[in-house]
Design a protein around this ligand. Sequence first.
Ligand code: NI
Length: 166
Amino acid sequence: MQLLSVLVHPDPRLRQVAKPVTDFNADLATLVENMAHTMYHENGIGLAAIQVGVPLRVLVIDLSKDHQALQTFINPEIQTQEKAQTIEEGCLSVPGFFEKVNRAQSIQVSAVDIHGKPFTKSTSGLEAACILHEIDHLDGKLFVDYLSTLKQSRIRRKLVKMKAAA
Ligand code: NI
């Protein structure tokens, strides 16, 4: 397993629209394995391939405390979204910032697994927010995009300063 480096906002690569996976090969399995390893190492609950510089529609999540509940969604699509909730979100690509974001409360999502086998999942609460957050990444969107312009520019400025100091 390999630790991948996570791109940090405002890296323009985070704004790419990721392409659907068409080859369900060993490279894909390795990518997913390395993404999970990286997510656990960084104490994240979700990671999209675009965040490690791979513009493919692949995401992993794990909301368990013991890293025993890895879920992989490839080419995910939201089928239904219901109700609304506001949850505080963070992002490995926006380190150190946590802000409340309004999203659907329950969702149904369809996707395929690393073998290309289709499945559907219905979920709500934090897991729904997490999946929606990660799917946003696949479309080049970040949770900060939902914040006020003032907050967005403050976060951007601080991250640029952090990067310059690193
Ligand atoms: Ni994120």
